[in-house]
Design a binder for this molecule. Structure first.
Ligand SMILES: *Cc1c(COP(=O)(O)O)cnc(C)c1O
Length: 347
């Protein structure tokens, strides 16, 4: 058994996955009487491709990664949950993660009865490399690193993350949901070099398809095969596969560029307000901003019909709000509302 195989739960290693009749026969078929579907064509009467071959081929071109290194899930959240179900023995194993970070890592751990070990980020939200490694023991199967990190907004140097991948013997999951807004780059091209690396990306942010639910995981073929075995067979519905194929033909580079420009413009406008204590540097499509009184600012913005994310109660984010960058006119509304608070209410 190789190193990665030995990390896999015994029941998953010996799993015999569900297979469909169409899996077992690869020829040209004109009459489908195998799956108890309705024969009346309404566009969705047939089961979708459980392997999402067409979609993976297109994403393989766009991402420059072979299709055998790609898993597609119902959002990144499905891939996160699968990591626990494949590698972690409930009530025994644990996962190490940076804090503050994306909430789903610990929710999915709790659902699967996996111990969570949170390691606070260092000053200025730097990666606490040694503390992450120190938090591990023989039962640590997974380590989650989000870069650019939500909610802090900063991306880590690839070399720093690679050091951890080389040192930690378990699976390192690098969540790159916001990578399109960053100049630091992606680790996805290295999944065949590092057998314990899983990179998550999503169509929910830069690609503008949050409503379709499509998350990607990049990893070595063995891990991809495990994920495909454990997932629900038809996890990506036909409507999503069709809509994604269509929307992938519309490039988003210009929109991403505008959001990044808006991010820098909003950051510099916020910096002049006395109610703003700090605008953290961001490699994402949001800004983490420390206010004099985050709860009061949150209520003030709500009163103006603007909702942002209050992170005041999150570790290391006291008095911080997370502001998503919207359309230019939406950002103006937010700035005007903050300006009104700054001049009138805050004084
Ligand atoms: C938004 C986000 C995701 C995306 O989740 P989906 O389920 O793909 O919509 C993943 N990770 C982080 C850190 C996020 O902020």
């Amino acid at each position: 058994m190789n190193k990665i195989e030995s990390l896999v739960r015994g029941n998953v290693r010996s799993l015999c996955p569900y297979s469909t009749a169409r899996d077992e026969y690869q020829g040209s078929i004109g009459v489908f009487l195998d799956a108890n579907e309705s024969p009346y064509d309404n566009g969705v009467n047939r089961y979708p491709d459980p392997h999402q071959k067409q979609l993976k081929a297109r994403l393989s071109q766009i991402k420059g990664v072979p299709a055998e290194n790609i898993f597609l899930g119902n959002g990144s959240d499905e891939a996160i949950d699968l990591m626990y179900r494949i590698f972690c023995e409930p009530g025994k194993d644990n996962a190490v993660m940076i804090a503050p970070s994306y909430g789903m890592y610990s929710v999915a751990a709790d659902i699967n009865d996996i111990e969570v070990r949170m390691v606070p980020l260092a000053a200025e939200f730097a990666l606490p490399k040694q503390a992450l490694l120190d938090a591990c023991d023989a039962n640590t199967k997974l380590m989650f690193i989000c870069s650019p990190n939500n909610p802090s907004g900063n991306a880590y140097e690839l070399d720093e993350i690679i050091d951890i991948i080389k040192t930690f013997p378990g699976i390192v999951i690098v969540d790159e949901a916001y990578v399109d807004f960053s100049t630091k780059g992606s680790l996805r091209a290295l999944v065949n070099e590092y057998e314990n690396l899983v990179v998550l990306q999503t169509l929910s942010k830069a690609w503008g398809m949050a409503g379709l639910r499509l998350g990607m995981a990049f990893a070595q073929p063995y891990i991809i095969r495990l994920m495909s075995m454990v997932k629900y067979p038809y996890n990506i519905c036909q409507a999503t596969q069709d809509a994604v194929m269509r929307l992938l033909e519309e490039p988003v580079d210009e929109k991403v560029k505008e959001i990044v420009e808006q991010r820098e413009s909003v950051a510099s406008q916020l910096n002049v307000f006395s109610c703003v204590k700090k605008v953290y540097p961001s490699d994402a499509n949001f800004l983490l901003v420390e206010f004099d009184d985050a709860d009061a600012m949150y209520e003030h913005l709500l009163k103006d019909g603007i909702i942002v994310r209050n992170r005041n109660k999150v570790m290391g984010c006291k008095n911080c709000l997370r502001l998503t960058i919207g359309l230019p006119e939406e950002n103006v509304k937010m700035i005007n509302s903050i300006s009104e608070y700054d001049c009138v209410i805050g004084k």
